[in-house]
Design a protein around this ligand. Structure first.
Ligand code: GYE
Length: 323
């Protein structure tokens, strides 16, 4: 009954505002300038810095008065940052939730305050908050597919008879860490040559990746494949391996995800095998999706980013556009 009434209102007024409220999501007015919140989770790696820059670079052309915060690696601080943006009266929120669960109350609070939220680059637990209900949409990559593609490249390119794998996981409880693990493990373990001896979090950070690799190397000196959930940890692993006298690219195959400049250089130098792209350049997509929403379009729950793959065959061609 209520729904029929709301739809009738939407038809009567014929506005995007009423249509948006029929879906339960806060509407977004069409106007020249918007107060936009972008709540970054941390700035300790080139991927995060490139993403923040992409939002700043897009601000002028998209009519954004941008409020950008940096939670410095703390989900609790990210919740507080979103709170403060709500208090400042933003029109729209772009949020990469550091982990899948702790940001859910913040997403719901923004909705209650009438602010449409777009999750960018990471998502939340789908059982606790839903696209099209609690937030407008998730803009980002297919992390399961990224992991699967790394596994497939590894299966095709690993030369030996027996692979001993160490996996460096991303931030515990984050959507890319959960899904990149699933995608890779499910595929690689279908091939009998591959055994996983350890899988541990390096928090998506270079230095922690190096430290974790140092420890795991002592327990598993026979490791000959390292799968890192991002390039920063892969570079950290390369440093640890070299310190221990190993030869990345010769006696250990390093495979990873992102497509940073350092990773492409490591591929060119023969130290790394592959990196599946995960683009940080969300500014233009955020602008376009927000404008579509303001124009009354129903946004698909997942605005999917398509990723390339960087290998020894094409790394040199792409390094100039890398970050
Ligand atoms: O791969 C990583 C970053 O959420 C997709 O987070 C993103 C990941 C990216 O810190 O490098």
């Amino acid at each position: 009954m209520k729904r029929t009434l709301m739809l009738a209102t939407a038809v009567a007024f014929g506005t995007f505002t009423s249509l948006a409220s029929a879906s339960g999501l806060p509407p977004l007015e069409q106007k020249e300038r918007y107060k936009v919140g972008f709540s970054q989770m941390e700035s300790n790696n080139p991927w995060r810095i490139a993403e923040t820059k992409s939002f700043h670079d897009t601000a002028e052309s998209c009519g954004w008065d941008l409020i950008a915060t940096d939670a410095a690696g703390s989900a609790a601080k990210q919740v507080a940052d979103v709170d403060s943006m709500i208090a400042q009266g933003i029109d729209v929120l772009f949020l990469p939730p550091r982990e899948e669960k702790p940001l859910i109350p913040a997403v719901k609070k923004a909705k209650a305050a009438g602010i449409p939220t777009f999750l960018v680059d990471r998502s939340v637990d789908p059982n606790a908050a839903k696209a099209g209900e609690d937030f407008v949409a998730f803009l980002g990559s297919d992390f399961i597919d990224q992991g699967r593609r790394v596994a497939e490249w590894t299966i095709e390119n690993f030369k030996g008879d027996k692979a001993v794998i160490v996996e460096l996981e991303g931030t515990t409880g984050s959507s890319p860490a959960n899904d990149r693990k699933k995608g890779f493990d499910d595929r690689i373990l279908q091939d009998e040559r591959f055994e996983m001896v350890a899988s541990q979090s390096g928090d998506f950070a270079r230095d922690l990746g190096r430290q974790v690799m140092e420890t795991l190397l002592q327990a598993h000196p026979d490791v000959n494949v390292v799968y890192a959930h991002n390039d920063e940890m892969a570079i950290g692993a390369i440093q640890a391996l070299e310190l221990a006298g190993r030869k990345p690219g010769e006696d250990v195959l390093i495979v990873s995800i992102d497509g940073t400049r350092d990773a492409l250089q490591a591929i060119i130098d023969g130290k790394m095998g592959v990196t599946v792209e995960s683009s940080p350049f969300f500014g233009p997509l955020a602008c376009e999706t927000m404008k579509r929403y303001a124009a009354g379009e129903t946004i698909e729950p997942w605005v999917q980013v398509k990723d390339r793959i960087f290998t020894p065959e094409n790394a040199a061609k792409h390094i100039d556009e890398a970050y």
